[in-house]
Ligand binder design. Structure first.
Ligand code: FE2
Length: 380
């Protein structure tokens, strides 16, 4: 059993204000490239955090489900300006794009050449990750998920050198997050925690992080959804939960929920958190025969009482469904995905690198059945 976590973590309300000190004093870097998205760029947050310390360059065109083309553009930029540090300021898409671009900063080629584990020869450039949503966990993991729009397929670029050098995780950055994004990214983090806890590759250490993350997220997500700006405790709990879930799945893995979400993300550009949120209860029902004992542990951790293991496990799935409903997660049909696409989605899901970690063996027909359940709105 190996547990690897080298990212230096700065956590707490107001920590993002120390960005310049972390860059210059802790990381001893002065030539920086800051990567973000246009929505965040327009809010003035970049200026507010960098103040007199202007990054050498800003790239603010990362899209949801970041594409290989965008990462290759950033790679060209890094080769031109040679930053000592790449700062990713944003949600999971931005952080993953920053980590992938860090590979291209020190290695020739396109990002498509680096799909898989440790395919680079030179260590990637150091990354400072500053998450602005409560769902990614990418700030403390060794992977980046990038969409190859040609296939289309979500590639994983992984390696121990891809852990960010440091992460600044500041719950205050969530204060102006729209409620729908609180819901989808919070449930993405809950999915990370549940899938990490039940994955075949889970272990005693990842279980501790996953269990704590489930407790924190289940308690905080509804009040945060209602008014995250006014609820300091809820946004801190969500941020803790998101990062702890990152520690968990970064060393365990995710499972069938992510296999489905990444497939429809690549095929239909569905936002990652939304897709995970929709599929989570359906996959939990499918996985129930293989991990009722673990769902029962999670049930007790969130205060559910039951007569036996089966009862507790069933009630935990109902709790997840209940939470999804209360935070306005859309139904599968709202995605507009036709039944004619199910076999292709299922094939992509079965090919996903995390499929082997799912607690119950899931083949193409199983994924089709899960998709049909989601389309029927029937998770039982
Ligand atoms: Fe995720």
């Amino acid at each position: 059993m190996i547990f690897h976590q080298p990212t230096k973590l700065f956590f707490g309300s107001g920590e993002a204000q120390k960005l310049q000190a972390v860059v210059e004093d802790d990381l001893a870097c002065f030539r920086t490239l800051l990567i973000t998205d246009q929505g965040l760029s327009a809010t003035g947050l970049v200026k507010a955090l960098t103040r007199d310390h202007m990054p050498l360059e800003i790239f603010d065109a990362v899209e949801a489900n970041p594409s290989a083309r965008t990462v290759n553009r950033i790679g060209d930029l890094t080769r031109r300006i040679r930053p000592e540090l790449i700062i990713g300021l944003g949600g999971g898409s931005v952080l993953d794009a920053a980590k992938a671009a860090a590979v291209l900063a020190t290695n020739p080629g396109l990002i498509e050449d680096f799909e898989g584990l440790r395919r680079y020869t030179a260590a990637p450039a150091p990354v400072l990750a500053v998450p602005t949503t409560c769902g990614t966990g990418s700030e403390v993991t060794k992977g980046a998920v990038i969409t190859d729009t040609q296939r289309p397929f979500k590639m994983s670029i992984k390696g121990p050198e891809l852990f960010p050098a440091a992460a600044i995780v500041d719950p205050d950055l969530l204060s102006s997050l729209p409620a729908s994004i609180v819901a989808s990214t919070g449930l993405d983090a809950l999915t990370h925690a549940i899938e990490a806890f039940t994955a075949k590759s889970s272990n005693l250490i990842t279980d501790q992080f996953a269990l704590q993350a489930v407790k924190l997220i289940c308690k905080a997500i509804e009040p945060a959804y209602q008014d995250i700006a006014a609820n300091t405790a809820a946004r801190e709990s969500l941020m803790y939960g998101s990062t702890l879930a990152g520690y968990a799945f970064g060393n365990s893995d995710v499972g069938a929920v992510h296999c489905l979400a990444e497939s429809i993300g690549a095929l239909f550009d569905t936002p990652h958190g939304v897709a995970n949120s929709i599929f989570l209860p359906y996959v939990m029902r499918f996985n129930l025969p293989a991990c009722a004992n673990k769902y029962a542990v999670l049930a007790e951790a969130v205060g559910i009482q039951g007569e036996n293991e089966e009862d507790l496990a069933a009630k935990f799935i109902e709790r997840v469904e209940d939470v999804s409903g209360k935070v306005g997660i859309p139904g599968f049909l709202e995605l507009g995905i036709e039944a004619g696409s199910f076999s292709r989605i299922a094939e992509y899901s079965a090919q996903n690198g995390s499929n082997a970690s799912n607690p119950r063996v899931a083949g193409v027909q199983d994924y089709v059945a899960i998709l049909e359940s989601a389309a029927a709105g029937d998770s039982r």
